[in-house]
Design a protein around this ligand. Structure first.
Ligand code: C5P
Length: 216
């Protein structure tokens, strides 16, 4: 996946009105948006197609899919039918669950991102002990897109080693959660950034400063 300016906007705003207000300002700098439960539960899955159509961007649905294979498949199918270009899938539920999302993606000509380790402090207890194993499982399955944390660069580096240089790695946790954009891009192909942009008094100013700081 190509990501303009190596920044994926986490559009975790509570309404389409807020989404439009923000996207009207920042869309010239971005071509990839991550939409998750905050917006979809408030406004429905139509928010995915509306953002795609109005701003001509790719949408990654961050549904952190983590169910049995049959249910994962239904979630992935409906997400791709709504227009999503990719879906984020948890790895800890195992290869069969992730495979059902991968098969759905292949049928629809779309992609999945395998979530290895999350970026928040609580991930250290349950996810950290298995996250490298999840990355290895992804490689065994032939998955080429991954999510890993910018808040623990040593671990992001290890994930990169496991998935190889040709896999596509996107990384949340920059800004409010403490991750540094430029350092993260030593290992990741693109950053996922939410609050630092949408909570800023001037989202364009902050976006421009992040783009400058990563010296593309
Ligand atoms: O606001 P902030 O920049 O911290 O947003 C990070 C985004 O990335 C949120 O949408 C969060 O749900 C998501 N995310 C994460 N850690 C992961 C996967 C996704 O923080 N491992």
């Amino acid at each position: 996946m190509e990501v303009k300016n190596k920044i994926i906007l986490a559009l975790d705003v509570p309404s389409m009105e807020k989404a439009v207000e923000l996207m009207d300002k920042v869309s010239p700098y971005l071509d990839t948006v991550k939409i998750g439960y905050p917006l979809v539960l408030a406004e429905g899955l139509e928010s995915v197609s509306r953002v795609k159509e109005e701003y001509d961007c790719k949408v990654i649905c961050d549904f952190k899919v983590a169910d049995i294979p049959a249910t994962n498949q239904k979630i992935a199918d409906v997400t791709f039918q709504a227009g999503a270009d990719a879906i984020i899938v948890h790895g800890f539920v195992g290869a069969d669950s992730a495979t059902s999302c991968l098969e759905s993606a292949n049928q629809h000509g779309k992609e999945i991102f395998l979530l290895t380790e999350m970026s928040h402090p609580g991930a250290s207890r349950f996810l950290q002990p298995v996250s490298m194993d999840i990355a290895s499982m992804g490689v065994e399955m032939g998955i080429t897109n991954y999510v890993g944390p910018s808040t623990r660069l040593d671990r992001l580096g290890k994930i990169r080693q496991i998935i190889g240089k040709d896999s596509f790695l996107i990384s949340p946790g920059v800004g409010v959660q403490g991750g540094n954009p430029k350092d993260t891009l030593e290992f990741a192909d693109a950053l996922i950034i939410g609050r630092s942009i949408y909570l800023a008094p001037d989202p364009v100013e902050i976006l421009e400063s992040i783009i400058d700081s990563i010296e593309l």
